[in-house]
Design a protein around this ligand. Sequence first.
Ligand code: ADP
Ligand code: MG
Length: 616
Amino acid sequence: MSQIIQILPDHVANQIAAGEVVQRPASVVKELLENAVDAGAKFIQLIVKDAGKTLIQVVDDGKGMSEFDARISFERHATSKIRITEDIFQIKTMGFRGEALASIAAVAQVEMKTKQADQDLGTLVQIEASEIKRVEPCQTTVGTSISVKNLFYNIPARRNFLKADPVEMRHILEEFHQISMAHPELSWSFFQQNERIFQLNSGNLRQRILGLLGQKWNISLIPIEEEAEGVKIYGFISKPDVAKKIRGDQYFFVNLRFIKSPFLHHAVMSAYEDILPAKTYPFYCIHLELNPAKIDVNVHPTKQEIKFEDEKMIYQILKVTCRHSLAHHSVLPTIDFELEQGMQGDFKDHYTLGKPDEVFTSKINSATQGFSTNKNLNIEDQKIEKDRQKSNLNAWETLYQDFSQTDKEELQQVNLWSSSINSVPSVSEMNLNKSIQVGKEYVVCNFQQGLLIVHIRNARERIRFEQYKKNAHRNQSLAQTLLFPVRLQLSLTQVLILNEILEELNVMGFGIRDFGNHDFVVDCIPADMEDTDLQSQMEEILEIYTQSKSVQTEKLTNAALALSVVQTKKMSNQLSDEEIEIFIQQLFSTELPELSPSGKKTYVKLANSDMKVWFD
Ligand code: ADP
Ligand code: MG
């Protein structure tokens, strides 16, 4: 009898399991920080080198482990956190699968020192690729210190697959933000290459958010709080005016566990509906507390997704709570402010209606009773509101998509459109001295077969974009020196992005110097850029750059795109006849005159033959 089936050796099984748990340095950071929290630590230190590729170390002052536990903690399914299956439904700690340490030890060189309060000596465990190298008593303080060195050293394919340091570092920062925001009562510090980049002392949630995002956020935070139907909601949302074009500052926590939920995100976004500029996202940090039996956290290995027993009710409570707070802080139109008055007494009753679509509108109805002024308007508004709510809720399942994905698809469509364009008019075909500006946004010009309506700003972006790139390639960028150098104040994420494209920006005419410690000084800027408000111009450049990265990768191209968008924003809208002529000539001398660098149309053609049909 032949035998072809074999049981996998443990180290192989561990490596396979590790693929699920340990995808990148940030996954290790997440697991170790969670373990430290679970161990009851009050002060947790994170140390990384080379974006976690050479070292990730977490030091905690938690309860530590006995020698026996220290040794078996690296075994797969070793966990002190559940014992029987029913426990799974009552999980309060972060980790519970007992897979993390085993997985990490399968793909790195790990050293752990740990000691419990009643021990004189602690235990040192060294393990590499699942093989225990050393277990011995050691001197150490109470708590646990784990260092993970040379991640994926034994799996070159995985190691090569890791992204550049700034990218991996961003993922690590995300994890750090998430867990430290979940636990403002704990103190955290974070060192990168021996430099301390965060020192967060224990405090309240507002202090923690400010510690992470910067003090200037203080005036932009709106508190939210509600308790109904067994759900407690608290946290902060931002005023709409600080909403950003990129996602990333949105945090949900369920029972102190960070989760991603398109569904809940939609609830918050719909509370902001009609007060947020298109395609922008507010900051929020929202905690939900509910009975663990009513959620299923075991649906995803990295535990970021969960299922709620009654999703629609949570959607509704969350939305109304956010809307309420926005109204209370007078950032909503009047009707919503009135709404707030009516909410006091009967607020909670509405959740039990069981028909989420009606909850919010019924609240508006009750809220607006007794307000005789603007009554007609209010009824009209109510209808609009009602319709909107309805379409909103009906559509939530289909509506929500990953936004960057949508952007990509849009761009693909535009590209298709552009390749199907048959003929770009040439400058020689045009009667340039008969071009005129129409309003602030358009120039209309004559060409042999008809009219062109040119969108000034999109066209300027195209022109500038190509100029920036060309000058950079030839090293001929024009710069203006600032009379007074400007110091930039950037968040850590912004610093990382700026470092990524510092060289590109400088070759396009900037003179930006890195002073270390997140300090940058700007001595000169591209010749055609406005020298006012550099701080916000730079923030916008970094934001647009980050956005465009998801579509294409060349750094210089993306930096030139960002710069052209920001630069043209500040340009004057009134063009003289002569300027119009130069402008059109420049546009049609570019490589792709029909599209702005971010893929928007720069002009439309109206052919004589098309016009003819109007009058036949
Ligand atoms: P899980 O967290 O899912 O239980 P892990 O592999 O992350 O699994 O950890 C295994 C066990 O090791 C934990 O259940 C815990 O008992 C112990 N452990 C891990 N890290 C620490 C720590 N920092 N302090 C104390 N005990 C720890
Ligand atoms: Mg764990």
